[in-house]
Design a protein around this ligand. Structure first.
Ligand code: PRX
Length: 664
């Protein structure tokens, strides 16, 4: 790749990846989109007239009433399928009951201790109807907000679809969050009820969910008497059997309410723009944002992307390992696969319980065919060693997916070789909580893949890489990733905060959606996501995306994971500091440090050589597995961490890192 001149406008990109993997002839022959030419044709048509294109696609959903207008767009506000009425729960359940699919497995569930359950579409429908009546009996109606704080068991899916069925906007809160985080989210949404469980099994222990909810309800914010004043009812699923406190009149056992509830429920027609859910996502600063998604456009996105990017078939067993507490779980555990009538695998617990081969064991026993996970998990598997997957027959797999972070090319190669045995296409899917569903990803039967690239945009999506001034940059130049036009599954706002919504996404490049990510597009039109622009560091006038340095570090033999941050430097502006985790058994010495520096010099350039390299056993991560560079930055700069750590998964990691700093 040609050297680029340093420029304050662009983010420099030096990594070049030459490997190209074409879809196999067999895969392409059976795929919905079977060639690059077929993709190009469909994509062009979708961009030429997105309204016509999406109106046609929307016919795949069941509408109680057809829309009168496809799109109304006045930046930053979009409305799709105006006047249309549908029901997301009906689309995920009732419409599959007419034919043979009624006896097809909707959910294959495995608890952490190995308990198993399978629910057919008919059974799931039965449960969701009962739960919808249960919610109604507690006075919950269309437009109310309901918080859901449960473990990964089928009742979580039932709760979500029951809310959707009656038009109550759900707000799922990840089961790893603390009482305070629950309280903030419940209060922001003014939720009328909370659905929870006594606990859930995770890594061999019980996570005490109800106790955390009690904590949230009791915490006294300075000027209120109760922690969550809007909550009238709490529904508690008995999952683990641990003792919990039940408050008379407010707390109800799920099983007792369900026993009373009728299984007959007619799904009402709900407005296309009715808020289906709120999902809180933490920004780098400030309080979490309640991202709002609506019924029609969102469901269409989840449906279409599942159908095309995972190329799902009726005999597939689709396993998205994400927790429903994250957007990936909303779109690819629940709404996408179920609206397609697919079978999902659902697992309650941790990937390393009792040992690091749990996922591979499940894939072998359950004959999982499509597997969708995150780079952070892949890197943890790499670290744990190849023996774990190699012990298992993974031949049922036909397609692999990745989401959540840029996947380092070497991690991609490992996934390809060790899990996919060289035969499964990998779909690296770029999207965000805000985008609702996949935006950039390969079509597995059509798009040749390059390790580390999310490749090409989905139908109707027009991403572009631009300079700070909003001008398109040249091929291979790094810049800011924007989306030029509205799409049906885009967020409709930040709950109760229209100003923050506009400022956050539509002000930097007026009228255009700013993703907050840096990216480049290569000469073949492939997108390479370079991470959050906040993670761009200016070293001696070179703007470097930390992700590229990290990928280069991970490409060095023995390195499992790396995080790179900047610290102020009088001479260079910023100096690069790398935190590196080695694979088990690999050497971590001063000699390796100097080899790593030379490796970066040859992969990227001398200017990108880290000034400091720290070896560490673990990196601080959010509960969804993203590396918290903000904390590392603080640590590298001040030697301490004072900032907000509420989303940190494992606090002991910080302690260890402080010690590493002190020792060196
Ligand atoms: O920086 C991008 C990264 O994750 C961000 C979105 O995070 P979240 O809202 O938590 O949603 C995660 C599930 C979609 C993006 O702005 N990201 C996500 N997927 C990729 C990615 N970066 C590179 N490649 C991806 N495939």
């Amino acid at each position: 790749m040609a050297e680029q001149k340093p420029s304050s406008l662009h983010i420099e990109s030096r990594l070049s990846e030459k490997r190209l993997f074409k879809p196999s002839k067999i895969f392409s022959a059976a795929a919905r989109v079977g060639s690059a030419a077929a993709y190009d044709k469909l994509y062009k048509a979708s961009i030429k007239d997105p309204e016509v294109f999406f109106a046609k696609q929307a016919e795949e959903l069941y509408w109680h009433k057809k829309w009168r207008k496809v799109l109304e767009w006045k930046a930053p506000m979009a409305k799709w399928f105006i006047g249309g009425k549908l029901n997301a729960s009906y689309n995920c359940l009732d419409r599959h009951l007419d034919g043979w699919r009624k006896t097809k497995a909707a959910i294959i569930f495995e608890g952490e201790y190995g308990d198993e359950r399978t629910l057919t579409y008919q059974q799931l429908h039965h449960e969701v109807c009962k739960a919808a009546n249960m919610l109604t009996s507690l006075g919950i109606t269309m437009g109310d907000r309901v918080a859901i704080y449960m473990g990964m068991t089928p009742e979580l899916v039932v709760a979500v679809l029951a809310c959707a069925r009656i038009g109550a906007t759900h707000s799922v809160i990840f089961g790893g969050f603390s009482s305070e985080a629950i309280r903030d989210r419940v209060n922001d949404a003014e939720a009328k009820a909370i659905i929870t469980a006594d606990g859930t099994f995770r890594r061999g222990a019980v996570v005490e969910l109800k106790k955390n909810v009690d904590g949230a309800l009791r915490i006294t914010a300075s000027d209120t008497l109760t922690g969550c004043p809007t909550v009238e009812n709490v529904i508690v699923l008995k999952r683990t059997g641990i003792d919990v406190e039940m408050v008379e009149g407010r707390d109800h056992w799920w099983s007792e309410l369900m026993k009373e509830a009728s299984h007959n429920h007619k799904a009402p027609a709900i407005d296309s723009e009715h808020p289906l859910y709120i999902l809180y996502t933490s920004g780098t600063t400030g309080k979490p944002k309640g991202i709002v998604h609506t019924t029609g456009g969102y469901l269409l996105g989840a449906h279409l992307t599942t159908k095309y990017i995972f190329d799902l078939r009726d005999d597939d067993i689709f396993w998205c390992t994400a927790d429903v507490g994250w957007v990936t779980g909303h779109s690819y555990v629940i709404y996408g696969p179920l609206s397609n009538g697919a079978t999902i695998m659902m697992y309650e617990g941790a990937p390393n319980f009792p040992t690091f081969d749990r996922f591979w064991d499940i894939i072998e026993r359950r004959k999982v065919s499509v597997f969708y996970t995150a780079p952070t998990a892949i890197r943890a598997f790499i670290r744990a060693g190849d023996d774990h997957p190699n012990k298992h027959d993974l031949s049922s797999l036909r397609l692999l997916g990745s989401v959540g972070e840029p996947i380092n090319p070497e991690a991609w190669m490992w996934y390809h070789k060790i899990i996919g045995k060289g035969k499964c296409p990998i779909v690296d899917t770029w999207w965000q909580t805000e985008t609702g569903a996949i935006m950039i990803a390969p079509f597995p039967g059509a798009t040749p893949t390059k390790p580390g690239s999310a490749t090409k945009p989905f139908f109707g999506i027009e991403p572009q890489v631009v300079s700070k001034e909003g001008k398109p940059v040249g091929a291979n130049d790094g810049g800011y990733l924007i989306v030029k036009k509205p799409w049906p599954w885009m967020l409709r706002g930040i709950y109760k905060d229209p100003e923050r919504f506009e400022k956050q996404y539509f002000t930097e490049f007026p009228g255009l959606y700013f993703t907050g990510d840096g990216a480049r597009q290569d000469k073949d039109g492939y997108f390479w996501i370079m991470g959050r622009v906040d993670d761009v560091i200016n070293v001696s006038g070179h703007r470097i995306g930390t992700m590229e340095v990290e990928s280069a570090l991970v490409g060095f033999s023995g390195v499992a994971e790396a995080a790179v941050v900047g610290r102020p430097d009088d001479v260079k502006g910023s100096a690069l500091v790398a935190f590196v985790t080695m694979k088990s058994g690999a050497e971590s010495s001063d000699e390796i440090k100097s080899k790593l520096r030379n490796h970066i010099a040859s992969e990227i350039g001398s200017f990108a050589k880290p000034d400091d390299i720290h070896f560490t056993d673990a990196l601080p991560k959010t509960r969804s597995g993203k590396i918290m560079r903000r904390l590392l930055r603080e640590l590298a700069t001040t030697g301490n961490v004072k900032g907000d750590t509420t989303t940190l998964e494992d606090f002991s990691v910080l302690e260890k890192l402080r010690t590493v700093e002190d020792e060196e």
